[in-house]
Design a protein around this ligand. Structure first.
Ligand SMILES: NC(=O)c1ccc[n+]([C@@H]2O[C@H](COP(=O)([O-])OP(=O)(O)OC[C@H]3O[C@@H](n4cnc5c(N)ncnc54)[C@H](OP(=O)(O)O)[C@@H]3O)[C@@H](O)[C@H]2O)c1
Length: 253
């Protein structure tokens, strides 16, 4: 079921995570590793906006939110949304509390935030990543490949790598061009390569652990089940309709 809000202009939904060899992301509610530069990369991404006054909507699961260090806040240019079905008061430093994913995402296009919000960043955990991956507005996954084994109890959800394709950063260099043409020696043809600013191609090393920044991009033309309505017709990128949402005085939705 899709929104009747034909005029709603979606915002890009982007996941950001770091996963080790077995796709582990967490242990006992915390990160399994301490990699300050990798964490700074995340902060840089989620706080980047195209111009002053713009903001990003950050969507956090309750466990992620409460495990983040207090001194992380305030995050530049951030509107923080915490997801929970059990808590009813707005946590300190959070701007909104929502009890479902779609309400959180729709905040970006609400009258109060529509002019400000550029990107919706999904900070996890698992259920929220899964919902985001299936959402029609989702276009990119920023997934750091931690090339080491860690004991984990929380894992990044599986995703279709034919739908979300690993982007080859080798040709992108430091050019400000968003799209360049380079020669793909495997396909033996020219191809377009999108440049993702601030995503180094080189393997990184920190605290004796090697890791690599990766970006997966949803293939154009891919139609998720959510994007195909019951008549088999592709809809435009619109959120699911869960009824009209309004922001109340307490920002608890
Ligand atoms: N390596 C990384 O990049 C990375 C990234 C993110 C997280 N992590 C790790 O992953 C672990 C946390 O992830 P997690 O999956 O266990 O927990 P989480 O998503 O942070 O929190 C789970 C809670 O969020 C709320 N929630 C989730 N989906 C919801 C929805 N659709 N609607 C309403 N509320 C929703 C529920 O709260 P209530 O129970 O209050 O209803 C749920 O119990 C930690 O270890 C963390 O360090 C690692």
């Amino acid at each position: 079921m899709f929104a009747s809000q034909e005029k709603v202009q979606g915002r890009p939904i982007r996941l950001i995570a770091a996963a080790c060899k077995n796709m582990g992301i967490g242990k006992n509610g915390w990160l399994p590793w301490t990699l300050p530069m990798e964490f700074q990369y995340l902060l840089d991404k989620i706080s980047s906006v195209s111009r002053p006054g713009k903001k990003n909507l950050l969507v956090w699961g309750r466990i992620c939110w409460f495990s983040a260090p207090e001194n992380l806040h305030p995050i530049d240019n951030a509107v923080n949304v915490v997801l929970s079905r059990t808590i009813s008061t707005l946590p300190k430093h959070a701007h909104y509390l929502c009890n479902n994913f779609e309400s959180a995402v729709l905040l970006a296009t609400s009258p109060l935030l529509n002019e400000e919000v550029e990107t919706i960043w999904i900070l996890g955990g698992v259920e929220i990543y899964k919902k985001a991956l299936a959402h029609p507005w989702c276009d990119l996954i920023y997934l750091t490949d931690i090339m080491a084994d860690f004991d984990c109890d929380t894992f990044f959800p599986g995703f279709d790598r034919n739908v979300y394709r690993l982007q080859d950063q080798r040709c992108s260099g430091s050019s400000v061009d968003l799209v360049r043409i380079c020669f793909d020696k495997h396909l033996a043809c020219k191809k377009y390569v999108q440049h993702f600013p601030g995503v180094p191609d080189e393997c990184q090393q920190e605290c004796g652990i090697r890791y690599k920044f990766q970006v997966f991009k949803k293939e154009l033309g891919y139609r998720s089940k959510q994007e195909v309505n019951s008549n088999g017709l592709q809809t435009s990128v619109q959120p699911e309709d869960h009824g009209e949402k309004t922001i109340n005085d307490t920002n608890v939705i």
